[in-house]
Write a protein that binds this ligand. Structure first.
Ligand code: TRP
Length: 446
């Protein structure tokens, strides 16, 4: 069976697919809104530290686990530690896949809807906060776009990983970067942009709490698609001829660069145009149309931007559904198309409360959060960090740090994973995650 597993076909296939998974709504929508609600620059600093000390080591770990086992997350733990309960960590990952994709697809649906709002035109002087609220509080319209997005996702997954994913990402990612850079220039030259740059770059550490750390760790996992086995699954399609340390470095570097650039397009504009940086999940959907409205041919740029954002979301959503589907295909013997369609529909249904929570179920709060925020919190700040920490304990202590180091450096590349990796994976990552998690929960419920 091992010999037959589908593999990425081009040398850059893995980097493209993994970067396609990593770069998505997390870099633009989630990064900016979480930075905004967590006070700006201090959050960004902690986030960058989390990327280096937790994100990169976890990236190479997951890819190594996947490549070695050639399995979905549940099967991977079973293969590397037979007859132990470790496969439950893989199961937690599959669960996270359901929850994340359920709300991710709703937000991606907003992005698709904004393509059409751009075609209708982003006019200067519009209150884009009103436009956004008007959109998400609707019933049928956001549900239809959520459905459209989910159908696209399961159609690609049904067709198979390599053909579906590899081709697109290569063309679209560079265009997205160029467009973001154009937007940065527009945003930072708006009168009053300086205050936004200060918010983004000048840390006020006195505002940092345990919750800031958890938000930063959660964002690091989310943006890099870590903590639920997506990179295990993608690593399982990686050939033994590729070096993991370098490939992982590319993915982490690209993803981080795109998020940081997006912040420069958003925060200067937020302040210059008088919006609230702590506006929450609507931030990019409110701010960026306002930036486009201030640009020549802004609606055209807006159209291109939301097309690209939707595609970036699609290449990420694919990786979320792929985890669930790979599990059913490998472990339960389902046919790929059947698994893709059935799970796509199930996840669509699980996502419905998150969109209804802005409209007809607008009064519902779960531990004080709107339904979408609650799903996001449950997955991104609880399930992913816990899944990641358990994966780290597994890799460091059960599979052994030494094995991971050898796997990641074979064949050798420019980056060499050294013994520092063992310290991070065995001790720092699990301890940091659990300490921050417990401190936040005490703050929150205490
Ligand atoms: N990383 C993606 C983004 O930033 C979202 C994503 C895709 C994801 N696969 C994942 C998040 C797996 C967590 C786990 O948009």
């Amino acid at each position: 069976m091992n010999g037959a597993r589908e593999k990425w076909t081009s040398k850059v296939g893995f980097v493209l697919a993994a970067a396609g998974s990593a770069v998505g709504l997390g870099n633009i929508w989630r990064f900016s809104y979480v930075t905004g609600t967590n006070g700006g620059a201090a959050f960004v600093v902690i986030y960058l530290i989390a990327i280096i000390l937790i994100g990169y080591p976890m990236m190479v770990t997951e890819v190594a686990i996947g490549r070695k086992s050639e399995r979905n997350p549940v099967g991977a733990f079973k293969a590397l530690a037979p007859n132990t309960p470790w496969y439950i960590v893989g199961g937690l990952g599959v669960f996270s896949g359901f929850v994340i994709l359920a709300f991710y697809s709703v937000v991606a649906g907003w992005s698709v809807a904004y393509i059409f709002k751009a075609i209708a035109g982003f006019a200067p002087g519009t209150d884009f906060a009103d436009v956004f609220v008007g959109h998400i509080t609707g019933t049928a319209v956001p549900i239809i776009w959520h459905a459209v997005f989910m159908v696209l996702t399961f159609a690609i997954i049904a067709a198979g990983v390599v053909k579906g994913i590899q081709r697109w990402v290569k063309i679209l990612m560079p265009v997205l970067v160029v467009l973001l850079i154009v937007m940065v220039f527009r945003a930072i030259t708006l009168p009053g942009a300086g205050e936004g740059v200060a918010f983004y770059l000048a840390p006020r550490f006195e505002e940092v709490t345990a919750g800031t750390f958890l938000a930063a760790i959660g964002q690091a996992f989310f943006t890099l698609s870590l903590g639920m086995g997506a990179m295990i699954t993608y690593g399982s399609y990686l050939s033994n001829k590729e070096n993991i340390a370098d490939n992982g470095g590319w993915v982490v570097g690209l993803d981080t660069a795109i998020a940081l650039i997006a912040g420069f397009a958003i925060f200067p504009a937020v302040f210059a145009l008088g919006y609230d940086p702590a506006a929450g999940p609507g931030l990019v959907f409110i701010t960026l149309p306002a930036v486009f409205a201030e640009m020549p041919a802004g609606s055209l740029f807006g159209f291109i931007f939301f097309v690209l954002l939707s595609i970036a979301a699609l290449t990420s959503a694919i990786s979320l559904l792929e985890v669930v589907v790979a599990w059913l295909v490998d472990e339960k013997g389902w046919a790929r198309p059947k698994a893709a369609v059935a799970m796509g529909i199930a996840i669509f249904v699980i996502g419905l409360p998150t969109t209804l929570g802005f409209g007809v179920w607008g009064d519902v709060r779960i531990i004080g959060m709107e339904i979408l925020d609650f799903y996001d919190f449950l997955a991104s700040e609880l399930a992913l960090p816990i899944g990641g920490a358990l994966t780290a304990i597994f890799a460091g202590h059960v599979w052994k740090a030494r094995t991971v180091i050898d796997e990641t450096n074979n064949p050798p590349g420019a980056i060499k994973i050294g013994n520092w990796y063992g310290v991070l994976i065995k001790y720092l990552i699990p301890i940091a995650v659990f300490v921050v998690l417990i401190a936040t929960l005490i703050d929150f419920f205490g």
